[in-house]
Design a protein around this ligand. Structure first.
Ligand code: NAD
Length: 396
């Protein structure tokens, strides 16, 4: 019997709860701390059953979690695996909530982990982090949508493979953690974990993609309204594509330098962004000649536009207070910049994008070349948790 705890109450939490609960010998519980979600979900459970439908393979999974609660004391004790499946800005409250109640040997999964999942785990769980096995995945297993709260959700697409990294705790979990997770998800995606947990922080691609494209499009914006929102990925020009290549390359150089100093640390999954596109979107990209053509011809990006605010006359202006900057800087690029600073590696392109973006969202992270601005404490950079040496960054 596996006791699995799903942390969150959104799209992914519904899919994970319904799918997981339908597996034999599995108890699924849900912890959702946000607003009245626990109450709403509990109410929905009365007399009905959560149904998750997978559109691509026409399967459905019908099963309820045994408990849904806002109170960690009611659902955390006895959990073998805890899967945090909310946006990165909400991870910290889940780490704090589970900390007093989790057992030794528990597996904690960031689904997805995003940049700094490792630092938040160590920073918030403190000494208890070493008693947990930590796994961070690069994304969700599916594209999914909740259709009726507590009652139904749809899987729109399932990945073939999902890359992650793991740090085993002491004691080791009684069951193979990846196998446990795979059992909950079924055959697809195939879960692959390799390398050091830090690889998921340095390879959290939204950290590079969204801020670099925002910078490319808007760094010399004249402030005048536009007729329509420009295409986000398919409207990228050469300058923005080059900026994305350069910010990602700076992350790769941080990984290479760490591997040079600590040969036992495997960060080989940290690759240039073009290789990530080739790995994850090979079937969708029409022209893989270079990064710009790959972005322009990626079918998964068809029609996706820049975030904008509409004026009364239907003209639009860019919306800088959107997650592409408000999340992907503090839980993305600033985290990479923080690791680079500890490694004493200069990152001129990351700095350029970060300085521009932080001004747009009214924050101070990077000041006079140092990540010590007044808002660093709101990021997941290692500095925010007092992790200031390479060993601390690696969790040693
Ligand atoms: P979601 O938007 O459905 O998650 C919303 C949930 O997060 C809420 O229901 C709530 O439980 C929690 N939350 C929101 N605001 C909060 C706050 N202020 N405080 C505390 N909790 C709060 O997210 P999702 O679609 O389930 O995705 C989870 C993660 O996976 C996100 O990071 C998302 O970007 C990523 N992702 C989603 C998809 C998808 O298809 N849904 C695909 C790839 C990646």
């Amino acid at each position: 019997m596996v006791v699995a705890l799903v942390c969150g109450g959104g799209n992914a939490a519904h899919v994970l709860a319904g799918m997981g609960a339908s597996r034999p010998d599995t108890e699924v519980r849900v912890l959702t701390l946000y607003a009245d979600e626990a109450e709403r979900w509990e109410k929905a459970l009365e007399g009905t059953t959560l149904c998750v439908t997978s559109k691509p393979d026409k399967k459905s999974y019908t099963a309820n979690p045994t408990k849904v609660s806002k109170d960690p004391a009611k659902v955390v004790p006895g959990s073998d695996i805890i899967m945090i499946t909310v946006p990165a800005f909400a991870h910290a409250q889940y780490f704090s909530a589970i900390k007093p109640h989790m057992k030794e040997g528990v597996v904690i999964v960031g689904l997805p982990g995003r940049a700094g999942f490792d630092f938040a785990a160590h920073g918030i769980l403190g000494e208890k982090a070493s008693c947990c096995t930590l796994i961070s995945f690069e994304s969700l297993p599916w594209a999914c949508r909740l259709t009726e709260y507590g009652l139904s959700a749809s899987i729109l697409g399932t990945k073939q493979v999902l890359q992650g990294a793991m740090q085993l705790g002491t004691p080791n979990p009684p069951q193979d953690p990846v196998a446990m997770m795979q059992r909950l998800l079924g055959e697809r995606p195939v879960l692959k974990t390799s390398g050091h947990l830090l690889s998921m922080t340095l390879m959290a691609v939204n950290s590079y993609i969204h801020p670099s494209i925002m910078y490319g499009r808007w760094h010399d914006y004249d402030g005048l309204p536009l007729k329509d929102a420009p295409l986000f990925y398919q409207g990228v020009d050469e300058m923005a594509a080059n900026m994305l290549t350069k910010t990602s390359d700076e992350g790769v150089s941080v990984a290479k330098e760490i591997m040079k100093l600590r040969p036992a640390v495997d960060l080989t999954t940290v690759t240039p962004i073009i290789e990530w596109y080739q790995r994850c979107y090979s079937g969708e990209i029409g022209d893989p000649t270079n990064l710009m053509t790959s972005l322009h011809t990626n079918k998964a990006y068809d029609g996706l536009k820049h975030p904008v605010t509409e004026n009364e006359d239907e003209s639009v202006v860019p919306n800088f207070k959107y997650r592409y900057l408000t999340e992907d800087l503090p839980f993305g690029l600033a985290v990479v910049r923080g690791v680079a600073e500890i490694m004493k590696i200069s990152t001129p392109n990351i700095d350029k994008v970060l300085l521009w973006g932080q001004e747009k969202i009214g924050k101070e992270y990077l000041v006079q070349g140092k990540l010590n601005g007044k808002d660093v404490c709101e990021t997941r950079a290692p500095q925010a948790y007092g992790l200031t040496t390479l060993d601390a960054v690696l969790g040693f």
